[in-house]
Design a protein around this ligand. Structure first.
Ligand code: DGL
Length: 276
């Protein structure tokens, strides 16, 4: 069985693991949430790359044969360094997310007819992801027009468990109203942060209130599919076992909040120290 490592700065990447589990049921999964150093989204490229590389080195030492970078910020700012440093396949979330948005925009007949204006997308992400222009590059390569909006307050609100809270709704109202004023023609919204799927119902509600419903792309499923495609390149041996969870800070908080991201209770979580 292949050993697949999934890495995020915190809990958000569990939404990607949730998509991976049914898709690759016979794999051994390792999940690392670098909760002690979260948020990555407010830090510099050098720091994000350093954190991502040390997290990846730990997972490699645990036997990882593939790394899924289930963090938009680490994917946006450290994917090239990770690919250069690791002797295993590395999958990020940006490209699959952009491709999912493109599929929605370009191949409407496969599901249901959609207007061509879907080719204009809004990406909500952390400040570091927006500054990196990673989504702009990935979407531009596919011919999509893109508007990016940094939403720095959303990660702390989700981390607090305020996924259906009036304060989170008000913050979303402000961010979305600003973004839609700047890019009124967008019809597709990419959730460019692995924390945001947890507030997708709230985002949909606020968009309806603003009178501007959007088609929402969550890159978790697209990333899982991209990882499954790379699998044949990974050697398989051993027997399937349940996922192993690692975190660099409070195990209790990881188990409590992580279950909402994973959609099921988390068993044991191992505390590890990756330094500062
Ligand atoms: N996991 C990060 C992302 O997807 C959000 C949390 C953070 O800022 O570390 O961008």
């Amino acid at each position: 069985m292949p050993t697949i490592a999934v890495f995020d700065s915190g809990f958000g990447g569990l939404t990607v693991l949730r998509a991976l589990l049914p898709l690759i049921p016979d794999a051994r999964f390792l999940y690392l949430g670098d909760t002690a150093r979260l948020p990555y989204g407010a830090k510099s490229q050098q720091t994000i790359a350093r954190y991502a590389l040390s997290s990846a080195a730990f997972l490699l030492a645990q036997g990882a044969q593939m790394l899924v970078v289930a963090c938009n910020t680490a994917s946006a700012l450290a994917l090239d360094e990770l690919k250069a440093a690791l002797p295993i396949p590395v999958i990020g979330v940006i490209e699959p997310g952009a491709q999912a948005a493109n599929a929605l925009a370009r191949h409407p007949s496969s599901l249901f007819p959609l207007p061509s204006s879907l080719a204009s997308v809004l990406v909500l992400a952390t400040a570091a992801t927006v500054q990196s222009n990673a989504y702009t590059k990935a979407c531009a390569a596919l011919g999509l027009t893109i508007h990016e909006k940094a939403c720095p307050l959303l990660v702390p609100l989700v981390e607090e468990g305020w996924t259906d809270h009036p304060v989170t709704a008000e913050v979303l109202r402000i961010y979305l109203a600003e973004a839609l004023a700047e890019a009124p023609s967008v019809q597709t919204l990419v959730l460019g942060c692995t924390h945001y799927p947890l507030i997708k119902p709230l985002i949909e509600r606020v968009l309806r209130e603003l009178g501007h419903p959007l088609h929402i792309v969550d890159s978790a499923a697209a990333t899982a599919i991209a990882a499954a495609k790379v699998l044949p390149a990974v050697s398989s041996e051993g027997e399937a076992i349940p996922p192993t969870f690692y975190a660099t800070d409070s195990i209790e908080k990881f188990q409590r909040l992580g279950s909402a991201f994973l959609g099921q209770a988390l068993p044991e979580v191992k505390l590890i120290d990756l330094g500062g």
